[in-house]
Design a protein around this ligand. Structure first.
Ligand code: FAD
Ligand code: NAI
Length: 466
């Protein structure tokens, strides 16, 4: 029986990164994956394909509307089949990249469903052929997450789709209803709106992107409406009648009231994801899960069973690829006897729409609720030279800093390239920056990132350019 120091189950951003780091630290490592390709949700059906379509559809829209103002005459036409092939090629390149990295780092790979099979053992059951057992001093569960479904609404991935089906629609729907105004709904809704669909977003709560700062989510809603999205907050979908050619979607006010029927060609259900632990044999192995089915871990990714660890979407914390990666590195380091650590206070969130929404740290609502005394520095992109000349002035940067110590507690950006700009705020928070540290840091001119400096100035001695 092959024997390893570490066996990782699942090859998403958590699993493959953990395996590579474990191997780099000199541990004999194997990875088990049930899908035909490595990379998990993120590379196959998540981050990567969605960003390929966001990129292509943004250029399509820009060419159709924005180019003429700059004196560039283009009449774009849409060849959806080629756009989807462009996305698939991007996925292929990325998953092959992971395969290469695993080989380069001498990580053995096993294809099939991995399950805990008694102390220090993993059983791998391939699609075809006999199961094999491998020995593992340490096991890392990195099996990720799966979509949450709505009761009574069956996802067929053709007309009623999850994010997976929404990445492969063969035609642009005339009307698309999106259940859930979260990250997936707004990213994929943006893709199909840009390609010509009428989008209605139905969100249960009173605002889009509920975990973001309220001011950001309000501004975002206004911008998306201006782009033509129909947004129905405080509304729930109660059923979908699939009997006719057009889907009849019943919606009701979230807190009760009269139902109404909306029509759509496609419904996207994007109401969150849940940990995926099917076939893992957790119960038999005695691994504890919490009331939401997440594998319970201590501060060092250890489950209640000795030698079994968990990282990524399958455990608690934000369901983000970079969070899974950080945990993968830290878990491997801990297994190798080092002091692996993840700073959960400095994990950025990015929604890759136009404009982008990006944040790190705490929202104003959270600070208020905890009675923290804070100050706010804000700077709009309308006052940023580069944004003005590019005509990308929607949005602002907002910095929240401790009133007494000036330490940065949260940074919220809505604007062009917010996802890239948030990087400096994350680094600053990682280093315990004060707003003044950012304000006194030279930012190249003319760049959008000068808005971050100006927001930091606004939190202290005052912004210059407004
Ligand atoms: P996963 O990536 O889910 O990987 C788990 C792997 O384990 C899978 O390959 C699965 O096949 C395998 N597996 C499961 N059970 C077994 C078993 N028993 N045996 C063997 N293999 C098994 N996050 C971001 O940070 N940025 C984004 O832009 C972003 N975009 C997203 C877009 C969409 C449409 C979706 C759905 C998600 C997106 N996410 C994004 C979230 C991100 O994909 C996840 O947070 C991330 O993939 C979690 O990584 P993971 O390693 O924990 O699990
Ligand atoms: P989400 O949690 O971001 O959003 C779900 C939304 O649906 C919430 O606003 C919620 O209030 C709403 N909702 C829940 N039940 C509802 C109902 N019955 N009717 C109407 N609205 C309802 O989840 P989403 O968008 O499905 O994404 C899943 C995960 O994937 C996220 O947690 C996110 O972390 C990750 N992801 C990250 C991306 C990124 O980092 N850019 C992109 C896409 C996904």
């Amino acid at each position: 029986m092959a024997a390893y120091d570490v066996v990782v189950i699942g090859s998403g951003p958590g699993g493959y990164v953990a395996a590579i780091r474990a191997a780099q630290l000199g541990l004999k490592t194997a990875i088990v994956e049930k899908w035909p390709t490595f990379g998990g949700t993120c590379l196959n059906i998540g981050c990567i394909p969605s960003k390929a379509l966001l990129h292509a559809s943004e250029l399509y829209e820009e060419a159709g509307h924005g180019f003429a103002d700059m004196g560039i005459g283009v009449k774009p036409t849409l060849d959806l089949k080629t756009m989807l092939a462009f996305k698939d090629e991007g996925v292929d390149g990325n998953v092959k990249g992971v395969e290469y990295l695993l080989k380069k780092n001498k990580v053995d790979s096993y294809r099939g469903v991995g399950a805990l099979a008694g102390k220090g053992k993993v059983k791998v059951t391939p699609d075809k052929g006999e199961p094999t057992e491998i020995e593992a001093k340490n096991i890392i569960i990195a099996t990720g997450s799966d979509i949450v479904r709505l009761p009574n609404i069956e996802i067929d991935e053709k007309r009623i789709v999850s994010s997976t089906g929404a990445l492969t629609l063969s035609e642009v729907p005339k009307k698309m209803i999106i259940v859930g105004g979260g990250v997936i709904g707004l990213e994929l809704g943006s893709v199909w709106r840009r390609l010509g669909a009428e989008i209605t977003v139905v969100e249960f709560l009173d605002r889009l992107l509920p975990p973001e700062d309220r001011e950001v989510s309000r501004q975002f809603e206004r911008i998306l409406k201006k782009q033509g999205m129909i947004i129905r907050t405080k509304t729930k979908v109660t059923g979908v009648d699939t009997s006719g050619k057009t889907l009849k979607v019943t919606v009701e006010p979230a807190d009760g009231g009269e139902a109404e029927t909306l029509e759509a060609d496609v419904v996207l259900v994007a109401i969150g994801r849940k940990p995926y632990t099917e076939g893992l044999g957790l119960e038999a192995a005695g691994v504890a899960v919490d009331d939401r089915g997440r594998v319970k871990t201590d501060g060092h990714f250890r489950t209640n069973v000795e030698g079994v660890y968990a990282i990524g979407d399958v455990k608690d914390g934000p369901m983000l690829a970079h969070k899974a990666e950080e945990e993968g590195v830290a878990a491997a380091e801990i297994i190798a006897g080092q002091a692996g650590h993840v700073n959960y206070g400095a994990i950025p969130n990015v929604t890759y729409t136009y404009p982008e929404v990006a944040s790190v740290g705490r929202t104003e609502e959270a600070l208020k609720a905890d009675g923290v005394e804070y100050k706010v520095g804000k700077f709009p992109f309308t006052a940023n030279g580069r944004a003005k000349v590019n005509r990308t002035t929607d949005g602002f940067v907002k910095i929240l800093a401790d009133k007494k110590t000036d330490r940065v507690l949260g940074v919220h950006i809505i604007g062009p390239d917010a996802g890239t700009m948030i990087g400096e705020a994350v680094l600053g928070m990682e280093f315990g920056a004060a707003a003044e540290d950012i304000a006194r840091t030279s930012h190249a001119h003319p760049t959008l990132s000068e808005a971050v400096k100006e927001a930091a100035l606004a939190a202290g001695s005052g912004a210059i350019h407004i």
